[in-house]
Design a protein around this ligand. Structure first.
Ligand code: ADP
Ligand code: MG
Length: 682
């Protein structure tokens, strides 16, 4: 105890004796040193000259060379923000936009949100003073709606172009177009060392500026046989590295939040058991929904004697650079959206990543010194089971919202839109059909009721149809539900050691009708408590994630603001279930599933689907339901389901469903009986 106390005292004195100012000065100095040490720095002048000379420039550079953080600052120093013009830089990922903006604000010693800011969906951290704006590619797309020529920007940087997200691909087409009539606009397409020739080709042979990387050799190890359980294999590999390998941090690539949390828990648990037999191991997760203060932790330098393990999604592949990584563990998987244009079904599937991805991952080990990459798959699998590159998102996703957006911008001829890689024809046709079915397009393929379509786009990626709020008079409730759905299934907290308590708490919120109504109930109950000022405590006691609730409230406020702006009056059905369920049916009628022998089948395509075990309707088994989304894990699960009546489908979508399709064969055989039995049970 004495020793510990002494340590505390001496560090206290140390801090006291060094004046605060010099500390800050020192930090500033070292930040400038880091800036000057980045691979891009020697090319600053050449780069600026190339930008002056060409309107469109493709920039290729190894991850970590300084593209994202430095180029906007160079441009600013070179006068591109004079006259109040802005520099915009897009990122495919929310986390990257936030984190990079924070870093640049720090480098420039300004407060985040002033000169340097970021804008991501439902979160705008910018102000009138903002001249460097980092944003998701989706947000820049939205800006086209209010400023079709992007007149307030002098430079647009499409960063991480190699990721080829849907939004980035659409931006390519739109920006190439406006560059023609805005000769003063500079366009920079920045990418890791992938695909740059193709970008150059697409942008009428724009020159490619290459930033030579500095990269140390990385030894690659494969497993002899395939791993049955890659999560466990990751944990074991981390511990082996920790015990047998020289100093250096570890980066593990997993596919999503659940896996990452499980891996972190396992690691911590085993370290606890090993106790003082091993040196300190800092385990840090990073994924999109992680609160930003936790995200920032991955960048903290590792204390001497300890080792850091960052467990990440493929966000750490190229979007974020973590210094000090020497070891990479790559199980070879990623979560990918896939779309079946025949059935119209979109699902998130864990699939083997591409060889290009695997090589990027390995590269993360060789940034500061020679490194090692442990691939948890065989060399044979690398050669034969992985695709060369990742298929661009535009070819494996539902295009409904993009079509709506392009139509809102007055681009009617989608077949001839300047796509870098056009989407499959049937996907485009299906999107048009769905929008027609929703009433967003008329029979000529033109937008109907522009105001409302605007609203769709702005509000949410999900089509909460106009019928919804107008006819059923429940916009208050629908806004709440939309906000609650927007936080990605993170409302209920279910810690591993308190599963029973958590599930009981959750059961207390269950009301008939389905998960949407349950979410509404949670939100309403919390409001009632907030009045009394108990909300954190209340969330804690009820196993509700406070942060998610807070976010849902922010989202709801924004949605309400939007409704106000487009002058739509809000109305409430006082929480009555039928209007709400009808409204959801109106927006999602094509996501209908029906109970048939042995399980559920989608109505239009007869695909077998399952109710997610976390759903409030898991045991109930109503005959008809609408799902919010499908996720494929072990099976095709419907997540967030709501009970409906088949008759409603004819009411809200007579153009989509025929009477015959909705005939309930089972109800003919046993009329009422089942319903009655359920009443008795209930
Ligand atoms: P690129 O875009 O070329 O991949 P970046 O500009 O993102 O490179 O990163 C350049 C360097 O800036 C990194 O190597 C790292 O040293 C530093 N850096 C970037 N983001 C952060 C951060 N959030 N915290 C600390 N350092 C960072
Ligand atoms: Mg970058």
């Amino acid at each position: 105890h004495t020793e510990c106390y002494n340590n505390l005292v001496s560090s206290y004195f140390l801090q006291e004796s060094e004046p605060q100012l010099s500390q800050a000065e020192k930090q500033k100095q070292s930040i400038q040193e880091v800036r000057r040490s980045l691979p891009i720095f020697p090319y600053r002048e050449d780069l600026l000259a190339a930008i002056r000379e060409h309107q469109i420039l493709v920039i290729e550079g190894e991850t970590g060379s300084g593209k994202t953080t430095q180029i906007p600052q160079y441009l600013l120093e070179d006068g591109y923000t004079e006259g109040g013009m802005k520099i915009g830089c897009t990122q495919p990922r929310r986390v990257a936009a936030m984190s990079v903006a924070a870093r640049v604000a720090q480098e420039m010693s300004v407060k985040l949100g002033n000169e340097v800011g970021y804008s991501i969906r439902f979160e705008d951290c910018t102000s009138e003073r903002t001249i460097l704006k980092y944003m998701t590619d989706g947000m820049l797309l939205r800006e086209f709606l209010t400023e079709p020529d992007l007149a307030s920007y002098s430079v647009i940087i499409i960063d991480e172009a190699h990721e080829r997200t849907l939004h980035t691909d659409i931006l390519f087409g739109l920006i190439k177009d406006i560059a023609r009539f805005r000769p003063d606009l500079k366009v920079l397409v920045a990418s890791a060392t992938l695909d740059t020739e193709r970008f150059s080709c697409f942008f009428d042979d724009a020159p490619v500026f290459r930033i030579p990387g500095r990269r140390f050799p990385v030894d690659i190890y494969y497993t002899k046989a395939p791993e049955a359980d890659y999560l466990e294999a990751c944990v074991v590999s981390v511990l082996q590295i920790h015990v047998t390998q020289p100093a250096g941090d570890v980066l593990v690539f997993l596919t999503g939040q659940e896996e990452i949390e499980a891996c972190c828990e396992l690691l911590q648990e085993r370290c606890r058991r090993l106790g003082s037999k091993i040196s300190e191991l800092l385990v840090l997760p990073i994924y999109a929904n992680l609160p930003s203060d936790m995200q920032a932790k991955i960048f903290n330098p590792t204390p001497p004697g300890a080792r850091k393990v960052v467990v990440a999604t493929n966000i750490a592949e190229t979007s974020l650079t973590i210094d000090g990584i020497i070891y990479v563990i790559d199980p070879g998987f990623c979560k990918q959206k896939s779309y079946n244009a025949r059935t119209g079904m979109e699902s998130l599937i864990v699939t083997p990543c591409s060889r290009a991805s695997a090589n990027q991952r390995a590269g993360r080990a060789g940034r500061v010194a020679a490194g090692k990459c442990f691939r948890l798959y065989t060399a044979w699998a690398f050669k034969h089971e992985m695709e060369e590159t990742t298929v661009p998102e535009i070819q494996r996703t539902n295009l409904g919202n993009v079509v709506l957006l392009l139509k809102s911008l007055g681009i009617n001829d989608l077949i001839h839109f300047d796509f870098m890689d056009p989407p499959p024809h049937e996907t485009l046709v299906l999107a048009l059909e769905q929008l027609y079915a929703l009433g967003a397009l008329n029979h000529l393929g033109e937008l109907t009721k522009l105001k409302w379509n605007f609203c769709y786009l702005l509000i949410t990626d999900y089509p909460l149809s106009d019928v919804v709020t107008v006819i059923y008079k429940c916009s208050e409730e629908i806004l709440t539900i939309a906000a609650m759905l927007s936080v990605n299934n993170s409302i209920f907290y279910r810690p591993k050691d308190k599963v029973v308590h958590a599930d009981n708490a959750r059961m207390n919120f269950v009301v008939p009708g389905g998960d949407h109504i349950v979410l509404l109930n949670v939100y309403t109950q919390r409001l009632a408590f907030k009045v009394n000022g108990y909300s954190t405590q209340w969330c804690f006691e009820n196993f509700i994630q406070f942060r998610s609730m807070k976010r849902a409230r922010d989202v709801r406020d924004q949605l309400e603001g939007l409704m106000d702006r487009i002058e739509v009056e809000l109305c409430s059905c006082n929480g009555e279930s039928v209007p709400i369920r009808k409204a959801v049916t109106a927006g999602y009628f094509y996501n209908t599933a029906r109970l048939s022998k042995g399980g559920y089948k989608t109505v239009k395509h007869q695909q077998t689907v399952y109710v997610h075990p976390n759903s409030s309707l898991f045991e109930e088994q109503p005959r008809w339901m609408i799902y919010h989304e499908l996720v494929f894990t072990t099976k095709e699960f419907m997540r967030q389901v709501i009970e409906i009546e088949s008759g409603w489908l004819l009411e809200v979508a007579p153009h989509y469903y025929k009477n015959k399709e909705l005939e309930d064969s089972s109800s003919k055989k046993m009329p009422r009986k089942q319903g009655k039995a359920r009443e008795e049970l209930g």
